[in-house]
Design a protein around this ligand. Structure first.
Ligand code: SF4
Ligand code: SF4
Length: 341
């Protein structure tokens, strides 16, 4: 069986930046010529909510998927997971130019096995997320997408299960001429309103629930298995990243936040993260907490509520944490401390 198809979803940038649009358009033009790929375009992934046709389309995709977006891959992957669009993490070999010397860098931290609680009900397919900010030209993406499509086909053949029905219907017919009328490009591309909410990386999250205690705006809850979940995403306060500073595992991402470490930059990419981490944590967990408390108080007051300072929902992690094995981000912070930044 060689008809295993791979769905490519291109998520557009917010706004109308001509350089970004040009890259998006040249990618789509090239991809629709590639055999075995179904190509669809949706608006900015982070902004589409459950009512949006783009979300319905994503939910309808059954097989392996490559998502091209203007987001860090970790943020894109875990926001899809939160929205029920699940799969195994597809490892990309696409490396932004800035990372190329990483291997020679003595301070590079070896990635360690994830200690988080992981995702639930992961579908039997892979989702690869590529960051459109890595290159200005389409070629590196096209090369990587071809490699991924081969990898998916090889994996599919190895499973050697008879395929009875090709579930991979192309529902956005326009891109490559298939005929399903289910979602028109006009519906798919309706501009969504802008959103702001935390995204949890469950490969890091240990379900300590400190974010649940800390947030006083009802954003977090637990699911039927008592696992932390962003229950009321849109109750989060626009621009505020407070709880990401409180999470002991750095598992909470705000994809739109200016600091890459909070926006979901790859963990272990020391070159890119060095300065951001020193800013984020100030070499001192207490600074991050103080900052988070200030940010939270500001939002409480803006809501006409009382500031609470350190009196409510402050993590006990300084007392509880020392026994845990250090992971790469912790080591990185130690290394930064040693440098006296
Ligand atoms: S604070 Fe972080 S590690 Fe703890 S439950 Fe929240 S996201 Fe998970
Ligand atoms: S940023 Fe603030 S409002 Fe949003 S989830 Fe975190 S603590 Fe709650």
């Amino acid at each position: 069986m060689s008809h295993h198809r791979v769905t490519i979803v291109l998520s557009q940038a917010q706004g109308k930046n001509p350089a970004k649009r040009a890259l998006e358009e040249s990618l789509v033009a090239a991809l629709i010529m590639e055999p075995g790929l179904d190509v669809s375009v949706i608006p900015y992934l982070y902004d589409i909510d459950e009512e949006h046709t783009g979300r319905l389309f994503l939910e309808s995709v059954q097989g392996d998927m490559v998502v091209l977006s203007w987001l860090f891959p970790r943020a894109a992957f875990w926001l899809l997971d939160r929205d029920g669009i699940k799969g195994h993490w597809g490892e990309t070999q696409l490396k932004p130019a800035a990372d190329e010397n990483e291997d020679e860098d003595e301070t590079t931290v070896e990635p360690e096995p994830a200690k988080g609680i992981g995702a639930l009900h992961v579908a039997d397919r892979h989702i690869y997320c590529l960051d459109l900010r890595d290159f200005n030209a389409p070629d590196p993406y096209l090369v990587e997408i071809r490699r991924i499509a081969d990898e998916c086909r090889t994996r599919q053949h190895a499973k050697a299960k008879p395929v009875l029905v090709d579930l991979n219907l192309n529902l956005n017919g326009q891109a490559n001429g298939a005929s399903s009328p289910a979602f028109t490009p006009e519906q798919l591309l309706q501009t969504p309103g802008r959103r702001w909410y935390p995204v949890i990386d469950y490969s890091r999250c240990t379900n300590c629930l400190e974010c649940l205690d800390f947030c006083l705006f009802g954003v977090y809850g637990v699911d039927q298995f008592d696992r932390i979940v962003t229950e009321n995403q849109d109750q989060c306060k626009k621009g505020c990243p407070a709880c990401s500073r409180v999470c002991p595992e750095h598992a909470i991402m705000f994809p739109e936040y200016k600091t890459p470490a909070i926006a979901g930059a790859p963990v272990g990419a020391i070159g890119g993260l060095k300065i951001d981490l020193s800013k984020l944590f100030g070499g001192d967990v207490k600074d991050a907490l103080a900052q988070a408390v200030d940010e939270r108080d500001r939002e409480l007051v803006a809501d006409g509520r009382q500031a609470v300072g350190m009196a409510v929902g402050i993590p006990k992690r300084q007392a509880d944490k020392p026994d845990q094995p250090k992971d790469d981000l912790d080591k990185l912070m130690d290394a930064l401390d040693d440098l006296n930044l």
